[in-house]
Design a protein around this ligand. Structure first.
Ligand code: SAM
Ligand code: 2KA
Ligand code: SF4
Ligand code: MG
Length: 219
Protein backbone atom coordinates (compact mmCIF):
# COMPACT_ATOMS: atom_id res chain seq x y z
CA UNK A 1 0.00 0.00 0.00
CA UNK A 2 1.00 3.61 -0.54
CA UNK A 3 -0.37 6.75 1.07
CA UNK A 4 -1.50 9.00 -1.79
CA UNK A 5 -2.50 12.64 -1.46
CA UNK A 6 -3.86 13.07 -4.99
CA UNK A 7 -3.75 11.64 -8.51
CA UNK A 8 -4.50 14.16 -11.24
CA UNK A 9 -4.12 14.85 -14.94
CA UNK A 10 -2.54 18.14 -15.99
CA UNK A 11 0.03 19.84 -18.18
CA UNK A 12 3.50 19.13 -16.86
CA UNK A 13 4.47 22.53 -15.49
CA UNK A 14 8.09 21.93 -14.55
CA UNK A 15 11.31 20.29 -15.73
CA UNK A 16 12.49 19.64 -19.28
CA UNK A 17 9.19 17.79 -19.85
CA UNK A 18 7.17 20.98 -19.27
CA UNK A 19 4.21 21.36 -21.59
CA UNK A 20 3.36 17.66 -22.01
CA UNK A 21 0.12 16.16 -20.72
CA UNK A 22 1.03 14.14 -17.64
CA UNK A 23 -0.57 12.19 -14.81
CA UNK A 24 0.70 13.11 -11.37
CA UNK A 25 0.80 10.72 -8.42
CA UNK A 26 1.35 12.86 -5.34
CA UNK A 27 2.44 10.73 -2.38
CA UNK A 28 1.77 11.91 1.16
CA UNK A 29 4.37 12.92 3.71
CA UNK A 30 7.60 14.89 3.63
CA UNK A 31 10.65 14.87 5.87
CA UNK A 32 11.68 18.41 4.84
CA UNK A 33 9.96 21.77 5.36
CA UNK A 34 11.20 24.08 2.60
CA UNK A 35 10.48 27.72 3.42
CA UNK A 36 8.65 28.23 0.09
CA UNK A 37 6.85 24.88 -0.19
CA UNK A 38 3.61 25.15 -2.19
CA UNK A 39 2.44 21.64 -1.29
CA UNK A 40 2.10 21.66 2.49
CA UNK A 41 -1.33 20.06 2.05
CA UNK A 42 0.47 16.80 1.17
CA UNK A 43 2.46 16.62 4.43
CA UNK A 44 -0.20 14.60 6.26
CA UNK A 45 -3.42 14.14 4.25
CA UNK A 46 -3.90 11.10 2.09
CA UNK A 47 -5.55 7.77 1.56
CA UNK A 48 -4.06 4.27 1.30
CA UNK A 49 -4.03 2.88 -2.24
CA UNK A 50 -2.80 -0.49 -3.47
CA UNK A 51 -0.39 -0.51 -6.39
CA UNK A 52 -3.16 -2.00 -8.56
CA UNK A 53 -5.56 0.83 -7.63
CA UNK A 54 -2.93 3.41 -8.56
CA UNK A 55 -2.24 1.73 -11.92
CA UNK A 56 -5.97 1.63 -12.61
CA UNK A 57 -6.39 5.36 -11.86
CA UNK A 58 -3.40 6.28 -13.98
CA UNK A 59 -4.70 4.21 -16.93
CA UNK A 60 -8.00 6.13 -16.78
CA UNK A 61 -6.26 9.31 -18.01
CA UNK A 62 -4.85 7.73 -21.18
CA UNK A 63 -1.47 9.44 -21.14
CA UNK A 64 2.03 8.06 -21.59
CA UNK A 65 3.79 10.40 -19.16
CA UNK A 66 3.49 9.83 -15.40
CA UNK A 67 5.20 11.77 -12.62
CA UNK A 68 5.60 10.60 -9.05
CA UNK A 69 5.91 13.53 -6.71
CA UNK A 70 4.81 14.52 -3.23
CA UNK A 71 5.52 15.35 -0.49
CA UNK A 72 8.69 13.36 -0.69
CA UNK A 73 8.06 10.29 -2.88
CA UNK A 74 11.16 8.38 -1.78
CA UNK A 75 9.96 8.21 1.84
CA UNK A 76 7.59 5.28 1.18
CA UNK A 77 9.44 2.03 0.38
CA UNK A 78 6.58 0.82 -1.84
CA UNK A 79 7.31 3.62 -4.30
CA UNK A 80 10.18 1.51 -5.71
CA UNK A 81 7.98 -1.38 -6.94
CA UNK A 82 5.40 1.19 -8.11
CA UNK A 83 7.97 2.91 -10.33
CA UNK A 84 9.01 -0.46 -11.75
CA UNK A 85 5.38 -1.49 -12.38
CA UNK A 86 4.71 1.81 -14.23
CA UNK A 87 7.80 1.27 -16.39
CA UNK A 88 6.70 -2.31 -17.10
CA UNK A 89 3.27 -1.00 -18.13
CA UNK A 90 4.99 1.14 -20.78
CA UNK A 91 4.74 4.61 -19.23
CA UNK A 92 7.48 7.21 -19.36
CA UNK A 93 8.01 7.68 -15.63
CA UNK A 94 9.33 10.83 -13.95
CA UNK A 95 10.37 11.05 -10.32
CA UNK A 96 10.45 14.46 -8.63
CA UNK A 97 12.46 14.26 -5.42
CA UNK A 98 13.79 16.77 -2.91
CA UNK A 99 17.35 15.58 -3.41
CA UNK A 100 17.97 14.52 0.19
CA UNK A 101 17.56 10.77 -0.44
CA UNK A 102 20.01 8.68 -2.42
CA UNK A 103 18.50 7.80 -5.81
CA UNK A 104 20.69 4.76 -6.46
CA UNK A 105 17.88 2.22 -5.92
CA UNK A 106 15.47 3.92 -8.36
CA UNK A 107 14.61 1.81 -11.42
CA UNK A 108 17.11 2.86 -14.13
CA UNK A 109 14.25 3.44 -16.60
CA UNK A 110 12.87 6.28 -14.46
CA UNK A 111 13.82 9.88 -15.34
CA UNK A 112 14.85 11.64 -12.14
CA UNK A 113 14.28 15.32 -11.46
CA UNK A 114 16.34 16.04 -8.38
CA UNK A 115 16.01 19.27 -6.42
CA UNK A 116 19.06 20.78 -4.82
CA UNK A 117 17.90 22.84 -1.88
CA UNK A 118 19.35 26.34 -1.52
CA UNK A 119 20.19 28.22 1.71
CA UNK A 120 16.88 30.17 1.50
CA UNK A 121 14.92 26.91 1.51
CA UNK A 122 16.40 26.42 5.02
CA UNK A 123 16.87 22.75 4.07
CA UNK A 124 20.22 22.83 2.25
CA UNK A 125 22.02 20.99 5.04
CA UNK A 126 20.09 17.84 4.00
CA UNK A 127 21.23 17.81 0.34
CA UNK A 128 22.62 14.42 -0.69
CA UNK A 129 25.66 15.39 -2.75
CA UNK A 130 26.26 11.74 -3.65
CA UNK A 131 23.34 12.18 -6.08
CA UNK A 132 25.47 14.70 -8.01
CA UNK A 133 28.36 12.23 -8.20
CA UNK A 134 26.04 9.37 -9.22
CA UNK A 135 24.40 11.41 -11.98
CA UNK A 136 27.72 12.67 -13.35
CA UNK A 137 28.98 9.06 -13.49
CA UNK A 138 25.70 8.00 -15.14
CA UNK A 139 26.04 10.76 -17.77
CA UNK A 140 29.69 9.87 -18.42
CA UNK A 141 28.54 6.31 -19.19
CA UNK A 142 26.22 7.74 -21.84
CA UNK A 143 22.97 7.48 -19.87
CA UNK A 144 20.90 10.67 -19.49
CA UNK A 145 18.23 9.87 -16.92
CA UNK A 146 18.68 12.74 -14.46
CA UNK A 147 18.30 16.48 -14.28
CA UNK A 148 18.79 18.84 -11.37
CA UNK A 149 16.50 21.65 -10.36
CA UNK A 150 17.41 24.56 -8.11
CA UNK A 151 14.63 26.79 -6.80
CA UNK A 152 15.93 30.28 -6.07
CA UNK A 153 14.55 32.85 -3.63
CA UNK A 154 17.34 35.45 -3.63
CA UNK A 155 20.55 36.64 -5.24
CA UNK A 156 22.42 34.77 -2.48
CA UNK A 157 20.76 31.56 -3.68
CA UNK A 158 21.77 32.31 -7.26
CA UNK A 159 25.43 32.86 -6.27
CA UNK A 160 25.37 29.71 -4.13
CA UNK A 161 23.91 27.65 -7.02
CA UNK A 162 26.44 29.05 -9.49
CA UNK A 163 29.32 28.11 -7.15
CA UNK A 164 27.96 24.60 -6.69
CA UNK A 165 27.59 24.06 -10.44
CA UNK A 166 31.14 25.28 -11.03
CA UNK A 167 32.56 23.12 -8.22
CA UNK A 168 31.13 19.93 -9.77
CA UNK A 169 31.28 21.16 -13.39
CA UNK A 170 27.71 19.90 -13.16
CA UNK A 171 26.09 21.59 -16.16
CA UNK A 172 28.69 20.10 -18.51
CA UNK A 173 27.33 16.62 -17.77
CA UNK A 174 23.74 16.92 -16.57
CA UNK A 175 20.94 19.41 -17.37
CA UNK A 176 20.48 21.98 -14.64
CA UNK A 177 17.26 23.98 -14.32
CA UNK A 178 16.79 27.17 -12.32
CA UNK A 179 13.33 28.09 -11.13
CA UNK A 180 12.03 31.00 -9.08
CA UNK A 181 10.38 30.33 -5.77
CA UNK A 182 7.00 31.61 -6.90
CA UNK A 183 6.47 35.25 -5.93
CA UNK A 184 9.83 35.49 -4.14
CA UNK A 185 11.98 36.38 -7.12
CA UNK A 186 11.01 37.66 -10.58
CA UNK A 187 12.04 35.25 -13.37
CA UNK A 188 13.39 38.24 -15.29
CA UNK A 189 15.97 38.78 -12.57
CA UNK A 190 17.14 35.16 -12.84
CA UNK A 191 17.21 35.46 -16.64
CA UNK A 192 19.45 38.53 -16.41
CA UNK A 193 21.90 36.85 -14.00
CA UNK A 194 22.09 33.73 -16.20
CA UNK A 195 22.74 35.80 -19.31
CA UNK A 196 25.30 38.06 -17.63
CA UNK A 197 27.25 35.06 -16.32
CA UNK A 198 26.84 32.93 -19.48
CA UNK A 199 25.66 30.14 -17.19
CA UNK A 200 24.67 27.01 -19.20
CA UNK A 201 21.46 26.37 -17.27
CA UNK A 202 17.82 26.36 -18.28
CA UNK A 203 15.29 28.80 -16.79
CA UNK A 204 11.92 27.32 -15.87
CA UNK A 205 8.62 28.94 -14.95
CA UNK A 206 6.00 26.77 -13.23
CA UNK A 207 3.64 26.72 -16.23
CA UNK A 208 0.60 25.53 -14.29
CA UNK A 209 0.73 28.65 -12.08
CA UNK A 210 0.29 30.82 -15.20
CA UNK A 211 -2.38 28.60 -16.76
CA UNK A 212 -4.48 28.19 -13.59
CA UNK A 213 -4.68 30.17 -10.33
CA UNK A 214 -1.31 29.77 -8.58
CA UNK A 215 -2.83 28.23 -5.45
CA UNK A 216 -5.17 25.79 -7.23
CA UNK A 217 -4.78 22.10 -6.30
CA UNK A 218 -4.96 19.19 -8.70
CA UNK A 219 -3.45 21.02 -11.69
C1 SAM B 1 6.29 20.14 -3.97
S1 SAM B 1 7.84 19.43 -4.43
C2 SAM B 1 7.52 17.67 -4.29
C3 SAM B 1 8.70 16.81 -4.64
C4 SAM B 1 9.91 16.89 -3.71
N1 SAM B 1 9.54 16.96 -2.34
C5 SAM B 1 10.78 18.05 -4.11
O1 SAM B 1 10.95 18.98 -3.31
O2 SAM B 1 11.29 18.00 -5.25
C6 SAM B 1 7.84 19.62 -6.22
C7 SAM B 1 8.65 20.77 -6.75
O3 SAM B 1 7.98 21.98 -6.44
C8 SAM B 1 8.98 22.93 -6.11
N2 SAM B 1 8.35 24.00 -5.36
C9 SAM B 1 7.71 23.89 -4.18
N3 SAM B 1 7.23 25.09 -3.79
C10 SAM B 1 7.58 25.97 -4.75
C11 SAM B 1 7.40 27.38 -4.93
N4 SAM B 1 6.75 28.10 -4.01
N5 SAM B 1 7.88 27.95 -6.05
C12 SAM B 1 8.56 27.22 -6.96
N6 SAM B 1 8.77 25.89 -6.86
C13 SAM B 1 8.29 25.28 -5.76
C14 SAM B 1 9.97 22.12 -5.33
O4 SAM B 1 11.21 22.77 -5.19
C15 SAM B 1 10.06 20.89 -6.19
O5 SAM B 1 10.95 21.10 -7.26
N1 2KA C 1 1.14 20.92 -13.52
C1 2KA C 1 2.01 20.59 -12.58
N2 2KA C 1 3.27 20.27 -12.93
C2 2KA C 1 4.11 19.88 -11.94
N3 2KA C 1 5.38 19.45 -12.05
C3 2KA C 1 5.85 19.13 -10.84
C4 2KA C 1 4.83 19.33 -9.90
C5 2KA C 1 4.99 18.95 -8.48
O1 2KA C 1 4.26 19.43 -7.63
O2 2KA C 1 5.89 18.16 -8.20
C6 2KA C 1 3.73 19.81 -10.59
C7 2KA C 1 2.42 20.22 -10.23
O3 2KA C 1 1.98 20.27 -9.08
N4 2KA C 1 1.58 20.57 -11.27
S1 SF4 D 1 10.96 18.68 -0.09
FE1 SF4 D 1 9.37 19.18 -1.63
S2 SF4 D 1 7.39 18.67 -0.62
FE2 SF4 D 1 8.97 18.66 0.98
S3 SF4 D 1 8.83 20.71 1.86
FE3 SF4 D 1 10.40 20.80 0.25
S4 SF4 D 1 9.33 21.43 -1.64
FE4 SF4 D 1 7.77 20.79 -0.14
MG1 MG E 1 3.57 21.45 -7.57
Amino acid sequence: MLKVNEIFHSIQGESSKAGWPCVFIRLSGCDLRCSYCDTGYAFFDGKEFSQEEILEQVAFYKTRLVEITGGEPLLQPNVYPLMTALCEAGYEVLLETGGHHDVEKVDPRVYKIIDIKTPSSEMSEWNCYRNLELSIAEAKSGVLKTEFKIVLSSEGDYRWAKNLIERYDLARFVPVIFSAAFGALHPRQIAEWILADHLPVRLQLQLHKYIWPADMRGV
